[in-house]
Design a protein around this ligand. Structure first.
Ligand code: ARG
Length: 569
């Protein structure tokens, strides 16, 4: 149940009864201060201003008209807020009736464009954020009942592939040794680049290869395909290691749109949007003026006939809205591509590709290396993702050996993997997606604070409590009786899950879910310290139910972020 929505509806109705226009935004959200109760509505402030009356008086009239079912207290606070405290019995019922996440999405199709590495090179840390954030969103939206289509818009086309394919053709002895050649993609790429720079005959061949590739020469296409497949299998290894739900069938790279590019240009032309400029086909939109006052064009075809990044993206929108019937398309992409997407969406609007869909660039900030420097190895090379993940598991091994000496070595190894991978993902997800952040091993692997290990530990602690009490959580029944202040806060936090997930979905911001998880684990710890759970007595069953809901909440919540839990730590 979405408690926020429920209260919002009550507050809206009450404000209307108090003389406000229907739909006066009540903005019922978690109260900003404890003295304002559990939830707080600010709608009376703006309405009173418009009506030229005292906001506290208006709020009081709304309070007098408030239907009180489920509410323990409702009062005017501050300059004219309406404050709510939920009834303990109501909270107990919400938890008892909780049938999991409600399907708010109702089957609506959402396309998520994420990860999208450039296949010319090894996947590196720069791809981590989009991959992790996009995956958390895909899982959360799916859980909410949306029809999610993952699209891995990989860079698998363009002139850069000429030298790679030419180099691979030279290296390949026809013995299928390319798997080996491409074992280290970064080295292969550097070799090809060196040859391209130093060897004019090779550079010539590489350019020919580009033409042959574009014209569909079968042999060259074959080698290109092998290159792409191998490069993609490297990415898949990283996805599997990371626990990311991307599969080969989600790949729909730039090359997939080759055959549509002519059509796109024709459709833009029919819409009267194309201007020829020095042989290049451009779209000039008035809203994109540079500092010099001149319009920055969107180039869809260069004078030599080559298509560009924009052309492919136009074709992709056409496909996603036209063929996949997406109602929202979420681009989880580096903030530095902001202009590209503003232009893309504007052209899509002008040509009609947008339809009734919402095209959204959800910008991702940078992950910076320790000390705020660019992420690199000691030798100044880009850091490969697999190396970063290996290091995290390695570090987690030390932490686990220290914290959990009682575990068997196989168990410890599994915990190290779950903690090491979880820590990296959670550190990223818990930050506001749009800000840059500094990578910090110490903080992410800490068992204190808003970290994966803290949550994983809280979960394991509840499981150990069940074991100690000889309790099978699945067989617990009944309605929790919420009584103490700690129980109230814990039950209230649990009841906020649905509204939190819907907020994550609406704003494409997984850190709201992390904040909720942290609130939940913290509320649990305070409850656990103040309310004996296993003690025989009337509260035992109720408290065990709260423990079970908390454990479910942490496991499910982390699961939506693509992070595992373990039963003991
Ligand atoms: N491959 C691109 C890059 O590495 C990102 C693609 C983002 N998605 C898109 N539809 N443009 O920069």
């Amino acid at each position: 149940m979405n408690v926020r929505e429920l209260l919002n509806a009550k507050a809206e109705a009450a404000l209307e009864a108090a003389g406000c226009q229907p739909g006066t935004a009540a903005i019922v959200g978690p109260a900003t201060r404890p003295e304002f109760g559990d939830y707080q509505a600010n709608g009376a402030l703006g309405a009173a201003k418009r009506m030229k009356i005292n906001p506290r008086e208006l709020a009081q009239r709304a309070v007098d008209a408030m239907p009180l079912h489920g509410i323990a207290t409702c009062s005017v606070t501050g300059p004219g807020f309406i404050s709510f405290t939920l009834a303990d019995t109501f909270l107990g019922e919400v938890l008892a009736e909780d049938a999991g996440i409600a399907p708010a999405g109702a089957g609506q199709r959402i396309v998520i464009d994420y990860s999208h590495p450039n296949l010319a090179k090894e996947m590196h840390v720069g791809h981590l954020r989009s991959t992790i954030i996009g995956d958390a969103l895909a899982r959360t939206l799916e859980a909410l009942g949306y029809e999610v289509t993952r699209q891995n818009h990989v860079g698998d086309w363009g002139t850069g592939f000429g030298m790679l394919v030419a180099h691979l053709r030279d290296m390949d002895q026809g013995d299928g040794g390319d798997q080996e050649q491409l074992a280290d993609l970064e080295r292969f790429y550097q070799e090809a680049r060196r040859r391209f720079a130093d060897d004019t005959a090779f550079a010539e061949r590489a350019r020919d290869v580009v033409t042959m590739l574009q014209q569909g020469d079968p042999t060259v296409r074959d080698i290109w395909r092998r290159y792409i497949d191998i490069s993609m299998s490297h990415c898949q290894e990283v996805y599997d290691l990371l626990g990311v739900s991307l599969r080969p069938e989600h790949v729909r790279g730039e090359s997939a749109y080759n055959d549509d590019l002519e059509t796109v240009v024709n459709e833009l032309d029919e819409a009267g949007l194309i201007t020829e400029d020095d042989g290049a086909l451009c779209v000039f939109l008035d809203e994109f003026r540079g500092r010099d006052g001149k319009v920055t064009p969107v180039i869809v075809r260069k004078s030599d006939g080559a298509f560009l990044y924009h052309s492919t993206d136009l074709a992709a929108v056409r496909y996603r809205v036209g063929a996949l019937h997406a109602k929202r398309v979420l681009y989880i992409v580096d903030a530095r591509q902001g202009l590209h997407f503003r232009q893309l969406f504007a052209v899509c609007r002008a040509v009609g590709y947008e339809g009734d869909a919402s095209l959204e660039h959800h910008a991702v900030g940078l992950m910076q290396g320790p000390g705020g420097r660019p992420f690199a190895t000691r030798h100044g090379n880009v850091l490969r993702l697999t190396d970063l993940l290996d290091e995290s598991v390695q570090r987690a091994r030390h932490v686990v050996a220290d914290k959990s000496p009682h575990l068997s070595s196989t168990e410890r190894e599994d915990v190290a993997r779950v903690v090491g991978i979880g820590a990296i993902k959670y550190a990223d997800l818990s930050k506001n997606r749009t800000s840059d952040y500094v990578f910090d091993w110490q903080a992410m692997l800490s068992f204190d604070g808003n970290t994966a290990p803290y949550l994983q530990y809280a979960y394991a602690r509840i499981q150990s409590l069940f074991r100690r009490g000889g309790v099978n959580p699945a067989s617990l029944t009944g309605t929790p009786t919420v009584d103490t202040p700690e129980e109230h806060v814990l039950a209230l936090t649990l009841a906020r899950r649905q509204e939190t997930l819907e907020q994550v979905a609406a704003q494409a911001m997984p850190h709201f879910l992390c904040a909720w998880l942290y609130d939940l684990a913290s509320a649990f710890m305070r409850f656990y310290e103040n309310c004996p759970v296993l003690e025989e007595g009337p509260a035992r069953n109720s408290r065990l139910l709260l423990c079970r809901s908390t454990a479910d909440g942490i496991r499910t919540g982390l699961g939506l972020l693509g992070i595992e839990t373990v039963e003991r730590m």
